[in-house]
Design a protein around this ligand. Sequence first.
Ligand SMILES: Nc1ncnc2c1ncn2[C@@H]1O[C@H](COP(=O)(O)OP(=O)(O)OP(=O)(O)O)[C@@H](O)[C@H]1O
Length: 579
Amino acid sequence: MLGLLRYAKEYKKELILGPFFKFLEAVFELLLPLGMAMLIDNGIAKHDFNYVLKISTLMILMSVVGLFCVLLCQYYSSVASQGFGTDLRTALLKKINTLSHQDLNDFGTSTLVTRMTNDINQLQLALAMLIRLVIRAPFLSLGSLIMAFYINAKIALIFILALAIFCSVLYVMAKQTVPLYKKVQKQIDKMNQVISENLSGIRVIRAFGQKKYSEDGMEQTNKQLAKAYRRVANVSAILNPATILIMNGAIILILFLGGNYINTGSLTQGELLALINYLTQMLLALIVISNLVVIFSKASAAATRVNEVLETTPSIQEPTDAVTELATQNNVSLSFKNVSFKYQVNSGLALENISFDLKRGQTLGIVGTTGSGKSSIIQLAPRFYDPTSGSIELFGVPLQKISLTTLRNTFGIVPQQSVLFTGSVRENLQWGKKDATDKECWDALMIAQSADFVEKLPKKLDTMIVEGGKNFSGGQRQRLTIARALINQPEIIILDDSLSALDFQTDANLRKSLAANLTNSSQIIISQRISSIQDADQILVIENGTQVGLGTHEDLMLSCVTYQELVESQQSSRKAGDH
Ligand SMILES: Nc1ncnc2c1ncn2[C@@H]1O[C@H](COP(=O)(O)OP(=O)(O)OP(=O)(O)O)[C@@H](O)[C@H]1O
């Protein structure tokens, strides 16, 4: 956990001044019972009004200065803890952005959300408490003990006894709660996952009338989370009553022993009062320490989880001596040589022996039944995953040697699901090219057959896209994501079933427009529709992860049974639709 403090190094001043002011306040607080004893024994008992006035003024002054010290400490702790949380969150997001798709699959989205939010909040709170209380509480408890020895060493032994019992209770409790907090965090992950699935799929849940099923699932996860919390609370709840019990037991002992000492004249009434004050102060400080233990137990579990992400070595890394310039004039832009791939070490092959050469400026169509491995092929080209065996080359250079930025800038990818972000149409297009001008935006929209509908929008390029692009139709979203992918004029454009929401005419116009405007770019078009790929220079046919055909439409109609069946099934379903 301490390792994470490196993210607080910008706040050194606050980390020093915060505890310093809290320490000052604690010194004043420690002196107050002594002042009270002096006031009673030397002022009130001797009817010395001037002495009472002097000491009480001094005590008020100490309290006021103490108050200002507390305010300053609160200020510094807020600045440092909020800053630390912000810096840590930024670092975590940066790290997540370096992780490969495989690493992200391994973690899962919900746990990353919990780590970015809940876990970092815990760490922020722990740092604030560290500044406010970590020096003050031990100082007050130790200071009270020393003051007790200063007043009466024999009675101070009761303090030691109370302290020993308290520490034992605390140790037992901490040992039990730390693992329980880890379980709670896991349940929070699960809860986040259920919430995000339920909210993102709310329309589907309603459409299928699955409200009850979704609510039951949520309730079950909710109950499990509550159960995990209850188990921690049951253990933690023992601490405060146990501390009060120890405190009251110790006070009884002090009164008993102190009463005898007063009778024999070896202790004054003021001193007895001061001793009880110090005991209360010590144990209250210890309760604070115990609460700190709870906060730090949670923070320790949170730190482990945050560190787990920060310390993950991305499975796909920037190569040393990376190639940043590609000979894009090269005849072959992308080449797969006997590529096989599996998603998990112990799972079966998702792709087996895939080989093709995509020539510059040409189009490769990929067809196959659903789940046959089409998307998996194009996940390998920008190195979202590395192949299990075989090799892939981009303009003659093995992918592993190319800088990740150069590699990914070579591709313009339109994924299966059209993901748009909250922001204007222009801002969304500029994801493809940061400094794209309005002309470049309109050109890209024109090629993607989107200029017409964007032109009709009230604010055109400045029209806001709401979360997930819900204010656009499925087909409009697809065309906007296509425009975003080609605004940078990439060397290779990949359309992963991205024409599915378009009518046949728009689909044909779009492909014509791509061919006419991006003459130097190669294209990979994945589609279930034969009509979308039949004009491609080459068509790759995939079945159960294996390559069962490669050639033109005409070649495949002669040589590939799977292709012939696909064509036939689409022709017959179209005929059935016509009737
Ligand atoms: N992230 C993943 N982790 C594990 N297995 C996966 C993952 N993505 C895909 N698969 C598996 O790999 C196989 C091929 O999936 P892929 O998405 O490549 O098929 P596809 O042909 O593109 O399907 P569709 O046409 O339905 O989009 C499937 O069996 C699928 O379950």
